[in-house]
Design a protein around this ligand. Structure first.
Ligand SMILES: C[S@@+](CC[C@H](N)C(=O)[O-])C[C@H]1O[C@@H](n2cnc3c(N)ncnc32)[C@H](O)[C@@H]1O
Length: 234
């Protein structure tokens, strides 16, 4: 692995995380992540393999929590797949950044998807639970202690399964993404998507780092391409 990717670059901050960043650029980034996530994040197959089978066998409406929802595109995409399958799921999507929640709540959302500005710790304190707890591109935001805490909290919150999906720090992904950015940047105007994507990859965990932090009840699966799915089943 090249020197700049050997260790997690925890000193790098994503431009979107700067509370003073330009609001239009931030909102563009939320919107553009929808396209990028659809192409790269593999959520449709994760939904089909891990979530849909439960919805098909349970008679009651199951619940799902999306942690670090950003612009809310994953929660809304899952709601759409559930509707297409004629099934039901109540979705709560949370983010500790009020700008993300203001953005999501300014869109027209289905009534069974709610966006809240709360943390996982607050939900644990309220004794809340959800059948599924998921996240996308969230783990790399956390240092190893924060990650340990989130894993413990999600073990409390989830009754059926936790599915945390994130990029794996790898040279192949980093150079591929940087090259893609050079070509596609003109099609994603006024956006943090390329700079923050590269920083996210440099902040990402490797499979072995995740396995070291998570306890034995967690598995880490590799997904195409350079993605890791951290799974917990109670
Ligand atoms: C890179 S964004 C991912 C957004 C979205 N899940 C996606 O895939 O497009 C990560 C989000 O996690 C949020 N976040 C960071 N730390 C958090 C925490 N401890 N609890 C909840 N959200 C957090 C950030 O505010 C940010 O919106």
């Amino acid at each position: 692995m090249p020197y700049c990717l050997k260790e997690r670059a925890t000193y790098l901050r994503e431009l979107a995380d700067d509370p003073d960043c330009d609001r239009t650029t931030l909102y563009n980034t939320y919107i553009q992540f929808k396209t990028l996530n659809l192409i790269s994040s593999r959520w449709q197959s994760i939904y089909e393999v891990y979530i849909r089978p439960w919805l098909q066998i349970e008679e009651r409406t199951l619940t799902l929590l999306d942690v670090g929802c950003g612009g809310g595109d994953i929660a809304l995409a899952i709601a759409e797949w559930v509707a297409q399958d004629n099934l039901s799921l109540k979705i709560t999507a949370i983010d500790t950044d009020i700008r993300a929640i203001n953005f999501t709540n300014s869109q027209s959302n289905p009534h069974h998807v709610e966006f809240l500005n709360v943390s996982t710790s607050q939900l644990v304190a309220q004794n809340r639970s959800f059948d599924f707890v998921i996240s996308n591109h969230f783990l790399h935001h956390l240092n190893s202690n924060e990650l340990k805490d989130i894993l413990i909290e999600s073990e409390h919150l989830a009754t059926k399964m936790v599915l945390f999906n994130d990029i794996e720090r790898s040279a192949l992904l980093y150079y591929y993404y940087a090259a893609l950015g050079l070509v596609l940047e003109p099609f994603f105007p006024q956006s943090f998507i390329w700079v923050d994507g590269c920083r996210s990859i440099r902040r990402g965990y490797t499979r072995s780092e995740l396995l070291t932090i998570a306890n034995d009840h967690w598995q880490v699966k590799r997904l195409f391409f350079s993605r890791l799915l951290l799974i917990y089943t109670p």
